[in-house]
Ligand binder design. Structure first.
Ligand SMILES: Cc1cc2nc3c(=O)[nH]c(=O)nc-3n(C[C@H](O)[C@H](O)[C@H](O)COP(=O)(O)O)c2cc1C
Length: 186
């Protein structure tokens, strides 16, 4: 990954979390980073529902319960869950075709800011979006896209064996030739 900025090169989706508290100020910095993402027509269709374990444990547990069992299995020390949503409609009530794209950009800003703060942050689609919608009365026009868990980095050895191995494995990506064509389709 030569020439890529370390903030991007060194970010990963960690699963080894410690039980150290993530401060409300840190959470606000993550949201601040997210809201400076670019979006089509600057519509800013991203929305976030934030669950801080230390501030409201009951609500946090309700959000945690929507995670699939696999994600629950490594998130026991997660301190914050951030549900990422996108407003699928424009002010005129028509479909916004870039809502998910823009919310994805905001999510990446949030993940990179977390990494810059030395925090562990991990996006997940493994959760029951309709359960989350019902539990927190989220209107239909907002697509529930992901939940990002946030914590301080923990000890890899504390993870179940299979997951510890995955944590130590090198990150992998498709080669540039497989994802980018120059002046022609790939
Ligand atoms: C939209 C989205 C959904 C994901 N869902 C999950 C998930 O449910 N559980 C999980 O353990 N990781 C999940 N991941 C993390 C990916 O597995 C991870 O980003 C990918 O393997 C690349 O690894 P890296 O982020 O460490 O580079 C998700 C990532 C994204 C962007």
């Amino acid at each position: 990954m030569s020439n890529v900025h370390p903030l991007i090169a060194d970010r990963r989706s960690p699963r080894a979390y410690s039980d150290a508290a993530v401060s409300h100020e840190q959470v606000m910095t993550l949201l601040e980073a997210a809201r400076w993402a670019p979006s089509a027509y600057n519509v800013q269709p991203w929305r976030f529902v934030v669950f801080e374990k230390s501030a409201d444990t009951a609500m946090f547990e309700r959000a945690f319960a929507t995670l699939v069992p696999f994600n629950q299995s490594w998130n026991w020390n997660a301190q914050v869950l951030i549900a990422v949503l996108a407003d699928t409609l424009t002010a005129k009530g028509t479909a916004n075709p870039t809502a998910s794209y823009d919310a994805g950009a905001a999510s990446m800003s949030l993940l990179l800011q977390a990494h810059a703060l030395g925090l562990a942050a991990h996006a997940m689609s493994g959760f029951d979006g309709e359960a989350l919608r019902a539990s927190f009365e989220i209107p239909e026009r907002y697509a529930v896209l992901s939940i990002i868990s946030v914590a301080h980095h923990g000890d890899v050895a504390s993870l179940p064996e299979g997951l510890a191995e995955r944590e130590r494995a090198p990150r992998e990506r498709l080669a540039i030739e497989k994802v980018a064509g120059f002046g022609r389709w790939i």
